[in-house]
Design a protein around this ligand. Structure first.
Ligand code: PGA
Length: 251
């Protein structure tokens, strides 16, 4: 019913040459994937990656987008600029942006609305920090982040966006949420969306990924959980063999 989506988040990795090498290896390895496969790459790799994956089953994603159409926003990038490069998906609200670059629930919402209005598909990241988890605030944080990110977003957009549940303490640390825990926490997010919109839309339309140290060793177990509709993969997306293995576990 909900097609799994596996997205690589390259972060600030891969020059043009490295992009070429990685994709030369990756394209044939995922050619028969049943899951939807996306790579979210640095802006400087968009052209190279877009050129190489044209005509394949891999879709192109970016790692951020500004909410304004254009203007005096040094260092930012607009939806039109991304669309021109063939971008379909865009990561919004990644915890690294929230942590290091002043991203807030409000700016996440602004970016999500612009992305959708322009025809880009947002991958909206939510997740609690270790401190919040230990303080028993997981539900509170996720309900807030999800509700704020989707403020004024139409019900019809629910099958055009993806939510990635990424516990901050699991990102790049080698620590993963247990499959059961990830599943139960994602259920909180789905339930939040059900309350905001409707039960049927949350169950049938909305895809929610898990992210945080997902790799070939733990992907199978995570993906077997009923609430988990794929993954947002950081470190393991930088190696063609690892990423393609994760893709395989998604059918
Ligand atoms: P990781 O990153 O797989 O390296 O933990 C995931 C992410 O930040 O999206």
């Amino acid at each position: 019913m909900r097609r799994p989506i596996i997205a690589g988040n390259w972060k600030m990795n891969n020059t043009k040459q490295q992009t070429k090498e990685l994709l030369t290896d990756l394209i044939p390895l995922v050619a028969d994937a049943e899951a939807e496969v996306v790579i979210c790459v640095p802006y400087t790799s968009l052209w190279q990656a877009g050129d190489m994956i044209r005509g394949t089953n891999i879709k192109l994603g970016a790692e951020n987008v500004h909410w304004a159409d254009k203007g005096a926003f040094t260092g930012e990038i607009s939806a039109d600029m991304l669309l021109e490069q063939g971008v379909e998906y865009v990561v919004i609200g990644h915890s690294e942006r929230r942590q290091y670059f002043g991203e807030t629930d409000q700016t996440v919402n602004a970016r999500v609305k612009t992305a959708l209005a322009k025809g880009l598909k947002p991958i909206i990241c939510v997740g609690e920090t270790l401190e919040e988890r230990e303080g028993g605030k997981v539900e509170e944080v996720l309900v807030r982040q999800t509700t704020e990110a989707l403020k004024d977003v139409d019900k019809d957009a629910l099958d055009k966006l993806v939510i990635a549940y990424e516990p901050v303490w699991a990102i790049g640390t080698g620590k993963t949420a247990t499959a059961q825990d990830a599943n139960d926490t994602i259920a909180i997010i789905r339930d939040t969306v059900a309350k905001l919109y409707c039960e049927k839309c949350a169950q049938e339309k909305l895809r929610i990924q898990y992210g945080g140290s997902m790799n070939p060793k733990n992907a199978k177990e995570l993906m077997a959980m009923p609430q988990i509709d794929g993954g947002l993969i950081g470190g393991a997306s930088l190696k063609a063999a690892d990423f393609s293995q994760v893709v395989k576990y998604n059918g």
